[in-house]
Design a protein around this ligand. Structure first.
Ligand SMILES: [Zn+2]
Length: 185
């Protein structure tokens, strides 16, 4: 299997829903994405890529860099520009991401690929952080998995486990392990 990871830095689950409805609906309705509803920020995006906290990761940099970033069949796209300075820009990104996903589906090149559509955390600065709701959003990134249809048929057990986990607390660490398993299928 190949894994294609597409992430947006600093966008909460709630803000993704507010600002990118076209993209979100396309993922859910046209691509059959499975969302983990209780994805929670723990450590940072390094944990998602390496399974380690930043402290562990940098300490072991020289001899223990075992993350799947090294894997040849994993691609990683992570965008910060769109959300970094002003999260209202995200509204404009909806059109672009929607088009990107439409093109991805149209090329028919995803037959052996799992798409992981994610963010790492919510807003870390700006006016929204002054509110209670904003502080909650900071800890609420989003994550969706899109599997090829044959995969769902071949591994129904995996899919139903994932669906059970939809309503359980999950983190970058848990998803790291999941992605590792997928790469070795
Ligand atoms: Zn970040």
């Amino acid at each position: 299997m190949s894994v294609l990871m597409i992430g947006i830095d600093g966008m909460s689950k709630q803000h993704f829903e507010r600002s990118m409805p076209k993209t979100r609906n396309f993922l859910l309705e046209k691509m059959g994405a499975i969302e983990l509803y209780k994805y929670n920020k723990l450590a940072n995006v390094l944990a998602l890529l390496t399974g380690h906290t930043p402290e562990e990761f940098y300490k072991g940099w020289h001899y223990n860099r075992t993350g799947y970033v090294d894997q040849i069949n994993e691609a990683f796209l992570f965008t910060a520009r769109i959300t970094h300075d002003d999260s209202d820009l995200a509204y404009r990104g909806d059109e672009a991401y929607h088009k990107f996903l439409q093109d991805l589906v149209a090329t028919d090149s995803l037959d052996n690929t799992v798409i992981v559509w994610f963010s790492d955390h919510g807003p870390r600065f700006g006016a929204i952080r002054e509110t209670y709701h904003g502080r909650i959003e900071t800890s609420a990134p989003y994550i969706f998995f899109v599997f090829p249809p044959w995969f769902k048929r071949t591994y129904p057990q995996l899919i139903s486990t994932l669906k059970i986990n939809q309503n359980r607390l999950s983190s970058h660490f848990a998803v790291y392990e999941t992605i590792r398993d997928l790469l070795y299928l």
